[in-house]
Design a protein around this ligand. Structure first.
Ligand code: GLY
Length: 418
């Protein structure tokens, strides 16, 4: 099969790497130097929607797999389907689950999906009233979210009402442009997070192995949030918790999408908080594969991923066609100096020969005059398989330590808490 993968991150490198195992002919736009070893890369940016449609038509691909959220929110999948190209990725209507926090919270409420109590605010007065209502009874803080896409920075978990009000003002004053003109203000739920991703054709689900992400830049969950500094799959969650996530969150979501007339063919990525009683609460949906959640999932995937994604794109999901390596996968992200605030780019990268069961997925890299250099905040994702978390960690960190990148940052505690 001829497949075009849209995107240029570690997620897309991992997808291409797994698709290549089944012998598919691969193209990517725009791709990265790691992807280039496995696929023909085309210099078309992810926001060049018409250019991507033209490219897919010119290549006469059998399937397009869309990685990032922005082109999905912009309707790329709709445009590809309109010219009869099978596409794994939701249309713009479904992408609102990620593209609009207000839409998604109202969707959860409408379909009785367990989620934190919330208010929607479009003015400082409404925001202050919502913050008072959520914090006054018991003190403590709440969560303030910009409605639209804000490059992963539009969520503030405020420790108290004053911090929440300041965050709300900043967003309403235009910190994230139009994305912050509407806010979702919600109750803070405490517990432990897990990412549960599922493939869907809009009717059926293939739930992928759960993953734990490590979101902050420093060990011990300290420091500012990032796109994700490392992941472990399977996650710490029990089968019973995963069954509840499927029954109480994912299945009602698919029923809700059908009821609302939204034809959703792609990934449902649930960010879930499991409280002390073991009850799962849906924090948010993403409408695409997670990054770096995809790296360990792909490392553990057995079966022809391309056929399964095509079946979902056609609305006929081949349920049960994938299996999962019983080993544990750990992905440790190597980030550039200065990430997440102001990542430094242009530093030379040296990657050693890596042992079997370890893959180095490229994210923010490019070649300049034949030299591999850093080109973004998250640079590489070292992903290792092992018979235990301990072994997978040892294998991953041995390669992390051997990679040369001036000022490199990597958390040392990925997978350390089980
Ligand atoms: N790992 C977080 C995300 O993909 O949004």
């Amino acid at each position: 099969m001829k497949i075009l993968v849209i995107g240029s991150g570690g997620r897309e490198h991992a997808l291409v790497w797994q698709l290549a195992k089944s012998g598919h002919t691969l193209h990517a736009a725009p791709g990265n130097p790691g992807i280039q070893a496995l696929a023909v890369c085309h210099a078309v940016a992810v926001d060049a929607i018409e250019g991507l449609v033209r490219l897919a038509l010119e290549l006469a691909v059998d399937l397009v797999v869309v990685g990032p959220e922005a082109p999905l929110v912009a309707g790329l999948a709709d445009k590809l389907r309109a010219v009869n190209i099978a596409t794994f990725g939701t249309g713009a209507a479904g992408a609102q689950l990620e593209g609009s926090k207000a839409f998604s919270k109202q969707f959860f409420a409408r379909h009785q999906i367990p989620t934190a109590k919330f208010f929607i605010a479009t003015s400082v007065a409404e925001a202050d009233a919502a913050i008072e209502a959520l914090t006054r009874p018991q003190g403590g803080g709440c969560v303030v979210k910009a409605d639209g896409l804000a490059a992963g920075k539009g969520v503030v978990v405020a420790a108290d009402a004053a911090e929440a009000k300041a965050a709300a003002r900043e967003m309403l004053d235009g910190r994230f442009g139009a994305a912050g003109a509407t806010l979702v203000i919600e109750q803070k739920i405490t517990g432990r997070e897990v990412s549960v991703l599922a493939l869907t054709d809009g009717k059926r689900l293939e739930v992928l192995p759960p993953v734990e992400d490590h979101k902050t830049i420093f060990d011990g969950d300290r420091g500012p949030n990032t796109g994700g500094m490392g992941t472990v799959s399977p996650a710490w969650t029990s089968d019973a918790v995963l069954a509840r996530v499927t029954r109480e969150i994912l299945e009602p979501t698919v029923r809700g999408l059908v009821a609302d007339g939204i034809d959703y063919r792609g990934v449902l990525y649930a960010g879930v908080m499991v409280d002390a009683q073991g009850t799962p609460w849906l924090l948010e949906y993403n409408c695409r594969f997670g990054d770096p959640e995809t790296q360990p999932i792909m490392a553990r995937t057995l079966g022809d991923l391309g056929e399964v994604l095509l079946s979902a794109a056609r609305g006929e999901l081949l349920h049960g066609a994938l299996a999962w390596d019983a080993r544990v996968a750990v992905c440790v992200v190597i980030a550039a100096a200065g990430y997440p605030a102001t990542p430094r780019t242009g530093d030379a990268i040296g990657i050693p020969t890596v042992p079997a069961d370890v893959e180095v997925f490229h994210a923010g890299t490019k070649t300049e005059g034949g030299v591999l250099v850093s080109a973004g905040g998250r640079v590489l994702g070292v992903t290792a398989l092992g018979i235990s978390v301990t072994q997978a960690r040892e294998r991953a960190y041995a390669v992390v330590d051997a990679i040369e990148l001036a000022g490199k940052q990597a958390r040392r505690d990925i997978g350390a808490r089980r």
